[in-house]
Design a protein around this ligand. Structure first.
Ligand code: ZN
Length: 287
């Protein structure tokens, strides 16, 4: 159960209100030195948001994303990340590798990456996933009880300094101040950003030939370089066959469909899409 995971990793937590260390208070909650108390959910995650946040990532979308990631659409990416983590993380004695996925969504990327590392190495892995979406963390704790899951704000991450050897930031916004604080001195930040052909078939269906189709990740990578020393950049580009029964989930899972006209989405649902392009850039950096 994730609740046990939280107990085992309680020394990593800090109070999001006052910054003091936290401890378990019975089985149901965690509490800081100044008695700020946060309940553990029955599902096994902890909610450390100070006020509830409404995100556009609703339950249906996250459930669609969960199905699509499990179907293997991103497998080449999660395999590469597993390999990069093992290659670039200095393994400190018996301590193993501590990985934070900042913006983990429904958790499947982190779970696949940890599975991949476990298939290659005996190194002890501690996985922690945070996301501002409670619905995402609920799915994550339902499906992957071996990982510590936490609803939290990226601008106020509830863990003490230099806790993680690896921070992952996959198709999600960044907070470089927090990533710098949380990483060990020799730790690595791995960010995954979409390339210009990412899900290009859906862009064409939704937007035709409008400027929304154009996308460049140059500025995002430049901003990474302003904050971290870039040591590796890798391109991942492949086509994955689309199972027709997954087409609706593929459409629902992406924010691309939020801005698309509804008739476009309906029309796309009726088309045949044989394959979908995944185009991602992986940037790896150190402090
Ligand atoms: Zn506190």
């Amino acid at each position: 159960m994730s609740r046990t995971q939280i107990g085992e990793n309680i020394h990593m937590f800090k109070c999001p209100l006052c910054g003091t260390k936290m401890r378990m208070s019975g089985e149901q909650s965690i509490v800081c030195a100044k008695n700020h108390c946060f309940d553990l959910s029955r599902k096994g995650y902890v909610n450390l948001l100070l006020s509830p946040v409404k995100t556009e990532y609703n339950k249906d979308m996250l459930q669609s994303r969960n199905l699509i990631i499990k179907s293997g659409l991103y497998r080449p990416m999660t395999e590469l990340l597993g390999q990069l983590i093992l290659e670039h993380t200095p393994i400190t004695a018996d301590d193993g590798i501590k990985i934070l996925d900042a913006g983990c969504g429904e958790g499947s990327h982190l779970a696949q990456i940890i599975d991949n590392i476990n298939s290659r190495s005996n190194t002890q892995i501690t996985g922690v996933g945070i996301d501002i979406s409670k619905e995402g963390i609920q799915i994550a704790s339902r499906d992957y009880p071996g990982i510590t899951w936490c609803v939290a704000d990226l601008t106020n991450i509830p863990f003490t300094d230099k806790r993680f050897n690896v921070v992952l930031n996959i198709l999600s916004p960044s907070n470089y101040t927090e990533f710098t604080r949380l990483l060990t001195d020799d730790g690595i930040l791995i960010k995954v950003v979409p390339g210009s052909n990412y899900l290009i078939e859906l862009r064409k269906f939704f937007y035709g030939k409008t400027d929304k189709q154009e996308y460049s990740n140059d500025r995002v990578i430049e901003h990474f370089g302003d904050n971290f020393h870039i040591t590796n950049t890798r391109q991942i580009l492949y086509n994955m066959p689309v199972d027709q029964k997954n087409l609706e989930h593929l459409i629902r899972m992406t924010p691309l469909s939020w801005r698309a006209a509804d008739e476009r989405i309906q029309a796309t649902l009726k088309t045949r899409l044989d394959s979908i392009t995944v185009d991602l850039t992986v940037v790896l950096g150190k402090k």
